[in-house]
Design a protein around this ligand. Sequence first.
Ligand SMILES: NCC(=O)N[C@@H](Cc1c[nH]cn1)C(=O)O
Ligand SMILES: [Zn+2]
Ligand SMILES: [Zn+2]
Length: 478
Amino acid sequence: MANLDKFTEYIDTHAESFIKRLGEAVAIKSISSDARRRQDVIAMGHWLDNELKKLDVETELMNLGTHEMQAQTLQLPPAILGKLGNDPKKKTVLIYGHYDVQPALLSDGWNSDPFTLTVDEATGRLYGRGSTDDKGPILGWLNVLEAHKSLKLDLPVNLRFCFEGMEENGSEGLDELIQSEVAKGKDGWFHGVDCVCISDNYWLNTRQPALTYGLRGITYFSINITGPGQDLHSGAFGRTVHEPMTDLVKIMSKLVDHDGRILIPGVDEMVAPPDEEERKLYTAIDYSIADIEHAAGGQVAISSVKEDVLMGRMRYPSLSIHGIEGAFSEVGAKTVIPAKVGGKFSIRLVPPQTPDNVNPLVIAYLESEFAKLNTKNKMNVTYIHGGKPWVTDPKHWNFEAAAKAIQRVFKVTPDYTREGGSIPVTITFADSLGVNVLMLPMGRGDDGAHSTNEKLDRSNFIEGSKLLGIYLHEVAVI
Ligand SMILES: NCC(=O)N[C@@H](Cc1c[nH]cn1)C(=O)O
Ligand SMILES: [Zn+2]
Ligand SMILES: [Zn+2]
């Protein structure tokens, strides 16, 4: 393998300009789930496209059409497909990432403006929405390209890129794009891809780099309850009408138990319990209850048994309640009966669960529980989006190359993990291209993705950029 000292030195000496570039990306409020921010998501796509072009990547902005969201018809942000290198003697690696982010408001509890990358010099942490999910990792790839271009270092593999702007909101249009590109054969953007690498997840803890060979799927629902023609005075109407919020709270309380058990008949039962052999896998992982409680920011773990916590995240389904639309949520003591409320929840799925086999159980259960309420209000259940779980073979050469790269950069062997989150496009790549997909995380388990004060440690950004580059060199020689 080539002497990569110059490459790693370049990454070290250019750390400040890489952080500045990450600051530019974080400043673009590319929140895909908020119709008001759609132009920002599109602007972020153009920003990224421009950065790729500066680094000699041939790109095309793919128009994914429009969709309906929040009572509007919106242009979907473009998928960016890219190509760098076409040497038949080299392997071809497809890189995926997403340039959209989750919503964030200072008033949610951030200590600094979420869209201003804020460097804490004392801890080396880079705070900002998207710092770890997924702008930091995407920019890690840009850092690798910049270093190779500036040093006139030959890239060891051909690269293909697929960056999207709707991952945090159901990846609309992407599956169809991938399938149509694959159907084009040698004229498609993904022709000749040997393996896929996705950097869009986290180490399990704060100490040990990880390689991830599984993701949970997801099925996301909203339950809307209506009845009164308008919001009502609770003094004038309390105990005289059926209240939508009361019905909703009762229904939502029937979904999951305090110990995480899903109460929808048949859902938990689809997943076989682990045997002794499998349990040992979790015993071997360097993890403790303190790790989960540190990452959660409170002493709130459901179990005090490490293996159960790990299995709760990696190999069992979970149900989470996310929010209630239409609820009175301002300061003060408004005595209102909301006329219309919508509760949102999702279930993380594991094999053999899929939205197709779980959704009918969810809908039948909600309808039967609603019928028991004897209310005159009306319930409407909407499936918002979903994706299947994914598990792959971590003994594949793609994982071996990444493990060698981790050994070179961090001088340790990685943890092998399954991730609790979902990236539905992973399975689309695996199935439609028929190649191995690797998840190579950059951030740590306490980064707070989707949460307040999301961060990426400076060392993870810099060492992580080295890792991405060295991984490509290991792929070339494996
Ligand atoms: N980094 C991956 C990630 O955060 N994925 C999201 C995907 C999603 C699905 N529905 C809404 N977002 C996740 O929540 O796992
Ligand atoms: Zn992500
Ligand atoms: Zn995310």
